[in-house]
Design a protein around this ligand. Structure first.
Ligand SMILES: Cc1cc2nc3c(=O)[nH]c(=O)nc-3n(C[C@H](O)[C@H](O)[C@H](O)COP(=O)(O)O)c2cc1C
Ligand SMILES: [Fe+2]
Ligand SMILES: [Fe+2]
Length: 410
């Protein structure tokens, strides 16, 4: 059944929602689904901005046919070649063989690599700042390398002020009828998933996101609507979301708060993690969040590491090493360039306690600008009342170090 929504008078969403995919990029759980957004402009010419994942192809085609109402499709703008958006290019070419394509040089190169037969089409290779008119609507192309792939660009419709922002400003969670962030309680219901999407997918490329934000800032007065390839569009309060992106891409914590991540087999390290949480709350720091590393998907841990100012790592020793799942979290933080955080360490072991030193060494060797508090809590199998003073000093050190934290990006 046709399912479309208008973005402006001339631009319509013709994308689709996906609740069947378990793992985005075959790695990140998406329990609330995801949308693939594709947009169709009706002007003197008709223009499609990106396609959708292969699984959503039929829905998109049905939507496009409905909106075109018998008109031909004249142009396809390919902002991003990743198959969750580009998979249906070939289908478009089969149905509308006369369609002309716009993409970057790298975009066309990748199209060929992926086996999309674009040789017979008119291909417009665009560069930063190029403009093109489709009638009433003029667009300009802006390179967005590494947001999320090297070929990526974003397209600004100067007429309606719509920024087709590719993966930037996207989010997990299927749209399910909603189209604009002002139609939902974004802060309450969507922000966590937007953060998890961005930090896990382009967390590593903070400087590239900053570069794009810098370019967007120069044309901010022209941007009325942000239309990403996943999730909701923005037409109100754009600065709220731009500010979130600013935090994530500068690796500045959004909030003063503590995430306590523990790795525990028999429950003793877990017990210490819980006791620390209690002590912090007693001291007035109630923005405390406890995670069992063994049953929390690492994408959630990464998102929270980007959110909070403090990370407490509590791990058992395992074959003279860091507990493997905790090591995975640390390594993921390394890969995604998590930085500028204050850390504290709790270690446990029954005969050769190594995890604390190893975690400290890993952080010092691999993560930038991390402060590691001296007040480490060392547990030999289980912690009794004799550890109460140490626990208290650790909690106090965390609370005291909050004063150093800035959540300001400027
Ligand atoms: C497979 C395995 C390997 C372990 N390796 C070490 C080790 O190298 N050094 C050590 O001190 N304890 C080692 N331990 C013991 C645990 O780290 C220790 O019992 C710890 O107190 C468990 O804390 P928990 O109650 O939070 O699980 C190992 C335990 C297991 C099951
Ligand atoms: Fe992508
Ligand atoms: Fe995507």
């Amino acid at each position: 059944m046709v399912n479309v929504r208008k973005i402006t008078e001339d631009i319509t969403w013709v994308g689709a929602n996906d609740h069947r995919l378990n793992l985005f990029e075959n790695i990140h759980p998406i329990p609330q689904g995801v949308s693939y957004n594709s947009y169709l402009l009706l002007d003197e010419k008709t223009v499609l901005f990106d396609t959708v994942d292969w699984s959503a192809c039929r829905q998109m085609i049905e939507n496009i046919r409905h909106v075109l109402a018998g008109r031909p499709l004249d142009y396809l703008v390919i902002n991003h070649l990743e198959p969750d958006h580009a998979a249906c290019i070939e289908e478009i070419l089969l149905i509308w063989p006369e369609v002309e394509l716009f993409s970057t040089e790298k975009g066309f190169m990748l199209a060929k690599q992926f086996g999309f037969t674009v040789d017979k089409q008119v291909c417009h290779t665009v560069k930063e700042g190029d403009t093109f008119s489709f009638g009433k609507h003029t667009v300009t192309f802006i390179d967005a390398p590494m947001v999320h792939w090297p070929e990526a660009m974003v397209t600004l419709d100067l007429t309606d002020g719509v920024l087709f922002s590719a993966d930037a400003f996207g989010s997990f969670i299927a749209n399910d009828g909603k189209m604009f962030a002002d139609e939902v309680d974004f802060d309450r219901d969507y922000l966590d998933e937007a953060r998890r999407y961005l930090t896990n997918i382009v967390g590593k490329y903070g400087p590239h996101v900053q570069f794009l934000l810098g370019k967007a800032a120069k044309v901010l007065d022209k941007i009325k609507i942000i239309a990403p390839l996943h999730g909701l569009c923005w037409r109100k309060d754009l600065m709220y979301f731009i500010d979130k992106y600013d935090h994530w891409s500068k690796y500045v914590p959004e909030e003063k708060g503590v995430m306590i991540v523990y790795a525990s087999m028999y429950g003793n390290t877990e017990s210490a993690a819980q006791a620390l949480a209690g002590r912090l709350c007693e001291k007035g720091m109630t923005n405390v969040h406890v995670f069992d590393v063994s049953n929390t998907h690492v994408s959630y841990l990464i998102a929270n590491a980007f959110k909070y100012s403090h990370i407490v790592l509590a791990s058992v020793t395992y074959n003279l090493n860091i507990y493997p799942v905790m090591f995975d979290f640390l390594d993921e933080m390394r890969m995604l360039h998590v930085q500028n955080r204050t850390c504290a360490i709790i270690e446990n072991g029954s005969w050769a306690i190594k995890s604390g030193d190893l975690m400290q060494k890993f952080i010092e060797g691999n993560l930038k600008n991390m402060t590691i508090l001296n007040e480490r809590l060392t547990i030999a199998s289980s912690a009794g009342e004799e550890k109460d003073g140490e626990l208290d000093r650790l909690a106090q050190a965390i609370v005291d170090s909050m004063e150093e934290v800035s959540t300001d990006t400027h």
